[in-house]
Structure formats: C-alpha cells, structure tokens
Design a binder for this molecule. Structure first.
Ligand code: PMP
Length: 425
C-alpha cells in the first residue's frame, strides 16, 4: 500500500471525506488523492517520493512556481516579527497602496482571509450601497461557498453534482438570479423582470470554475452597459484572474471598468488571503465608516501580506506575462495537435496564464457546452497523465494554471506523455 493510500485511509477517519476541500478527494476523477510532501518550482513531490509537473499551482496562487526562494526568505523574516497582531501594520498599508496603484478602479481596498469572504462581503456591500436585494450570477461560475452564491455554482460544487447546496435556505437563495455565461439576452431578461431590484452582477471575467471559459467579444461590455442602464453595480470576481490574466487583471485586459473587484489567491503568494475593493464612494459604506459590517480576526495577516507583496513585486514585469502566454500557447497548441492526431474531439481555451481543454468538438462558451464535453475521457486522460508524472486538476470543471517556473523541457515532457495518453484513450 502506498503512503498516500495509508494517509487517505487514516484521514477519512478524522476529516469528512479525508480532505479539507472537496475536489481534493479526487471524486471528479479516477483513483485516490496524492498526499503531497513538498513542492518546488513547477513540481509537486508526493509522500511516496514521486515527482509531478503541476498545473494546479495550489489552485492558482503559485504563479511564480512553488517555494520561490525570495518569497520563502521574506516570509521567514516576517515570521521573526510575530505571526498576528490583530492591530494595524505598515504591511497592510503597503499592500493596499500596491493594489490600488496597480488595479484600475480600486480606490479603497479591504483585506480578508479567503476569496469566499471577499465575494460575500462585496455582495453585502453592493446590497447596502444600492438598497436593493437581488443579485445576478452566472451558471457555472463559482464565487466561494457563502449561501447566496452557492446557487448553480461551479468548481467543487459542480464536480460533486451539488451546484446548489443542501443547507442553503430558500430565503438565502431566492434573491440570487442565475443567468447564462456569455449570453447577454439572459441577463437583460432578468433586468427587465426586476428593473429596480438588482443590486449587482457578479461575474468571473474569465470563467475558471467550469474549466476555463473566456468571455466572448462584447459580453463584459454588455454587462457594464446593462448595469449602467439599470443602476446596478458590476462586480468583477478576480479571485482567480487577478494578476493571472494580466498584471492589472481583467479590467485592463478587456477595457472594462468594474465598480467592485474581489481578489485572492496570487495576492497571498500561497498564504490565506482575499481582498475586495472599488470606488471610494461605495467602499466608504463599509464599517467603521459606514453601515455595512465586515470584519476578520486574521484579516491583513502579516505573513500573508509579506508573501503576497513579495510575489506581486517579483511578478511585476511585462516579460513575465509574455512568458506565461508563450508557455500556455506552446502547451495548449501541442495538446491540440496531438489530440487530433489520434482522432479525439478536443477544444482548448486560454487567457494569459490560465487555460483549459475539453474533449468536445463544439465551441465551449457556457456551462451547457462545458458539460457536454466527454467527462469520462477527461478522467481517463487525467489518470494516465498522473500515473506518468503530470498533475492536472482532479476535475474536468477546473481551469489549469501555468507558472513562470515551467520550462520548455517540462512542457515537452508533458506533450510526450500526452501523446501516449491520447494514443491509449
Ligand atoms: N471566486 C473565484 C473566482 C474562485 O475561483 C474562488 C476559489 N477557487 C473563490 C472565489 C473562493 O475563494 P476561496 O477558496 O479562497 O474561498
């Protein structure tokens, strides 16, 4: 029995499903979870001594690769100053200053400890600011696991087959209206039916929780126009896309102004983090300035701020995004050619350092088209790749992430293994 199997068996005795987040249980693919011992650069090392080229990157944060020496050093130095104070620090100011300088329309920003908190708080703020109750989200988008947002959710909820969770009261869900991603008509219909009741639209500017589904031309512009027409706020959930698709995020990439922006993952450099912010006038409604309450014991944690700031400063070179784009294009085009060589329907997507692939021949633009892809084939592909040292997400409904640590040799190795996988599928 492998050490991973032993640990999984023991973990199931003490942790629900043996994991602290559902998709890690490998319910979306074949086999059992791999228990990780350590990670470095583009590689994961499991407790049995196997090495994997990693395209999960801790679900997004590891954009520099794992265990970057400068991040590790900065964190060690920060640890020497203490782990948490529950009082303001200069580091929080530095982070807020850095984020507001680099992210458009982010005039004030509040740090939290997870993406879930960031989106939950942004929604509360949008409701408090507009005095309206209803919100619009998109089927297949995931914004964390707060009640109002666990409706037609993507990511693990979708993988588990529970996109609308048990335990969410009808009251908590009734004000969440669900539209179709990349379909402005579905959004317009909701506005027409509820012209003065919708506080906000929350959207992943590039969807990454039904695998990677980019916005079609005009979609985000259309959302902005509808929000303006009906007096609703536009929230860009950039927990995944922030510093991933472009240094300044999706607003710059697509030329759209959002009213509120949520961040997470990369801005914590691998430590727990989240943030939400936006226009001053809106953010001033947050306590202690305004009547919308929000707080957190570990918010702005010094170790998270240090890991995040060091990561962001290392990332802040245009060449990094060119490199990410090049690596992603090289891999995804290589996979495409090989899949077709062996007669598989295969559709690929990419934006900056995130990408996706689907065993389907149709264009994937929303949850319906993503769900029509051959999930069984993904599972078999995943199993083969994992057995041969390549770690893709253990679910067909997750985006993949490139890091700056992936070398051409790594990618060539992946393509070599993928060719065997496609030949065997
Ligand atoms: N929003 C988006 C777009 C996400 O991808 C995620 C997590 N994958 C979240 C919110 C929730 O973040 P967290 O898991 O840190 O709570």
């Amino acid at each position: 029995m492998t050490k991973s199997t032993q640990l999984f068996t023991e973990s199931k005795k003490h942790i629900p499903g043996g994991v602290n987040s559902p998709v890690r249980a490998f319910t979306g693919v074949y086999g059992e979870p791999i228990f990780i011992d350590k990670a470095d650069k583009a590689y994961l090392y499991d407790v049995d001594g196997n090495k994997y080229i990693d395209f999960v990157g801790s679900w997004g944060p590891a954009i520099l690769g794992h265990n970057h020496p400068q991040v590790a050093k900065a964190v060690q130095e920060s640890v020497a100053h203490g782990l948490s104070f529950g009082a303001p620090t200069a580091l929080e100011l530095e982070m807020a200053d850095y984020l507001t300088q680099h992210i458009p329309n982010l005039e004030l920003v509040r740090m939290v400890s997870s993406g879930t908190e960031a989106t939950m708080s942004a929604i509360r703020l949008a409701r408090g600011y507009t005095g309206r109750n209803k919100i619009i989200k998109f089927a297949g988008c995931y914004h964390g696991h707060s009640d109002a947002l666990l409706v037609n959710a993507g990511s693990g909820a979708l993988t588990q087959g529970t996109p609308s969770s048990a335990g969410v009261t009808p009251g908590a869900a009734q004000d969440t209206l669900v539209a179709k991603y990349n379909c402005l008509a579905s959004v317009e219909a909701l506005f027409k039916a509820n012209p003065t009741e919708i506080a906000c639209i929350i959207v992943e500017p590039v969807a990454g929780n039904m695998n990677c589904v980019p916005p079609v031309e005009g979609f985000l512009q259309g959302l902005r126009a509808l929000c303006d027409q009906y007096g609703a706020l536009l929230i860009f959930d950039e927990v995944m896309t922030g510093f991933r698709v472009d240094f300044a995020g999706s607003q710059k990439l697509f030329g759209i102004n959002a009213d509120l922006i949520t961040l997470g993952k990369i801005i914590g450099g691998g430590m727990p983090v989240g943030a939400f912010g936006g226009k001053k006038e809106i953010m001033q409604q947050i306590a202690p300035l305004g009547g919308v309450y929000q707080a957190g014991t570990l918010s702005g944690n010094p170790i998270s701020m240090t890991a995040g700031l060091t990561t962001l400063k290392l990332l802040n070179h245009e060449s990094n995004y060119k490199n990410l784009e090049q690596s992603t294009t090289y891999l995804i085009e290589g996979l495409q050619v090989l899949a077709h060589k062996y007669g598989h329907d295969f559709y690929t997507t990419k934006v900056g350092g995130m990408f996706g692939f689907f065993f389907t021949k149709e264009e994937v633009v929303d949850l319906e088209t993503a769900s029509r892809a051959d999930i069984e084939k993904y599972k078999k592909f995943h199993q083969f790749m994992l057995a041969n040292g390549v770690y893709f997400a253990p679910s067909a409904f997750e985006s993949s992430f490139m890091s700056l640590a992936h070398t051409k040799e790594d990618l060539d190795f992946v393509l070599e293994v993928a060719e065997k996988a496609f030949a065997n599928l």
